[in-house]
Design a protein around this ligand. Sequence first.
Ligand code: ATP
Length: 367
Amino acid sequence: DDVSSQRPIASTLRLIDVRRGFGAMMAVDGVSLDIQPGELVSLLGPSGCGKTTMLRMLAGFLPPTAGRIEMDGQTISSPGMTVPPERRQMSMIFQSYAVWPNMTVAENVAFGLKLRSMSRATIAKKVRDMLELVKLAELADRYPGELSGGQQQRVALARAMVIQPRVLLLDEPLSNLDAALREEMRFEIRRLHDAFRFTTVYVTHDQSEAMVTSDRIAVMKNGRIEQIDRPYSIYNEPKTRFVAEFIGRTNLITGTVAPDEIVFNGFAIRKALFGAGRLTNTNGTITFSLRPQSIEIRSTPPNSSDGQVSVTGALIQRTYLGDSWDYLVQPAGGDAALRISAPPAQMLEVGVPVWLRIDPRQMAAVE
Ligand code: ATP
């Protein structure tokens, strides 16, 4: 079929202890990473953590100051040698997805193909198939000025993909779009990735965007990868406080290790309930990430415990978020409140006593 006949030979990328300094500033400070053929890996992190510098090195705009980058086993970047961007068979899309305003949609998409020796008929067919795929077939003869932001972004994607790059590099490609469109385009990018399976590196500071689009997410901080994992593991098994807090909201709770239990502020949990091998420290203190959605809240006492912990407390604050309630509960005898996310139908009044149910197997020990 058309899609699979256009499917490229996806490349592997390997970064080996890559570093890039600007003077004394280490923008990328020792990154090692293997990206599999057809995999979409996002680089996620706050402003200044080194994402764009990583992408510029991958694209060949900037050499590393140490380490090297390999594509399909060949070194393409090292301090002494950099294969230039135009010889890497990569496509890159920037924030300002710059489509050419004086060319129609079809001409924009055809441009990269015309630089290769290809018959008119082949080019026309490739452009038609690609526009079909990005749902722009009806708009082929329009100029970019006559398109919405999301449609222009699709033109940029089509233009980057039609040349069948061995690697696709995306730098905050949705940041110029409004919130609703950004949300929609995340799913579009994932759909297109599933169709083509380009090896893709996607830079973003938006955690939901990374969750939707990625096979794996590399969470970056200060030029290093803090954790790289599938979205599910990044969310549910964060290894550090930074990762836990950067990906969605969480409760970070610290307990003191006692012989049989972990003593938290206002409640204690028997060690056995955590499950084998899940407690990292055997003495001192230990911090856990506990997602607001992982805590159940009730207005009546639970009648069985089945491996869960019951904590009594008082509801001290509530916020309606449309798709959920955000509750703040003060455990009895403690002075640190817990945040709980409950379904919209579960409306509780501030001041009432509540019972929380916590499943220790959903608590992730973090450094
Ligand atoms: P953002 O999300 O804001 O784009 P980023 O994660 O992409 O941030 P980078 O652009 O890679 O971060 O920058 C990483 C660090 O390197 C920053 O502190 C930045 O100021 C610095 N830096 C980047 N490029 C240069 C340069 N050409 N000269 C000097 N410092 C630079």
